[in-house]
Design a protein around this ligand. Sequence first.
Ligand code: GLU
Length: 328
Amino acid sequence: MTRVHILATGGTIAGIGPSQVDPAYRAGGLSVDVLVDAVPGLRDVATLTGEQFSQVGSQDMRDDLWLALAARVNTLFSADEADGVVVTHGTDTAEETGYFLHLVVKSEKPVVLTGSMRPATALSADGPLNLFNAVSVAADPHARGRGTIVAVNDDLHSARDVTKSSTTDVQAFVSPGPGLLGTASYGRIRYFRHPTHVHTRATEFSVDGRYSLPRVDILYAHANMPADLVRASVALGAQGIVIAGMGNGNVPAGVAHALTDAAGAGIAVVRSSRVGSGDVGRNIEVDDDGLGLVASDQLNPQKSRVLLQLCLAHGLQGRSLQDAFYRY
Ligand code: GLU
């Protein structure tokens, strides 16, 4: 049987509530063994091993945990200890962890992130079926070469494209633009497409020997946004700034001036959008060429931050940065 290793990081899928019908709960309380034992037939899908990587709500995911998680996945594959990996994770930052792994795991073997919207103790908990489907995908030879996949609520998303779009619905994840990678129904997997952009072994990014990443701040744009937020970010040591801009990555004129100053001082500035879907185009309403700014293309602010951190860690600047936002 195919060997699937589960790395449990916490989240609602391991959450414990006071009763089956109380929306309050504590994320990440249950161990990986308890999660596996709650899923009937899971041990018939693959030869399972598991490991408690962390026990955090994913709002507490950090750069050092991402680096350690990616290093662990790379070791599992390079030492041929697993044919596929499942990461159980909180849903809040699953899209960021997933995209990070999508860019730095150096293997064709599948990495599948899953989580749940309802805690393990809730009525109609969604975690067990999500875990069943995730293990099924990780054990599926046809998942190879598709990068990191997020498996939730019977849908398969490319980690590059997926975003959380509801705070509470069980159907919380969407892939605006490119759409679903596939579906999973009680372990029956269908794929609709391959990832649209470069990932895993084909990227220039490596986590080998890295224990930290450059500071990149996200600033949320709005009517009357004060420009001194940009200056504060620079003063606090940000090496990159991602703007969650209005519409097509726009900011008020005063903020644009502050961003131009920051870019002139060597801070990488990426214009993304707070809208949630659609592209941010280069040189549309903003003269990116003249001001030295980067357009995020299809990446939302939180994914732009992940990519920018990796780009800065690898010394990419200027036009190379813009090319990276088109390529990844
Ligand atoms: N904030 C928690 C987390 O991301 C709960 C969200 C969830 O897992 O659904 O871990």
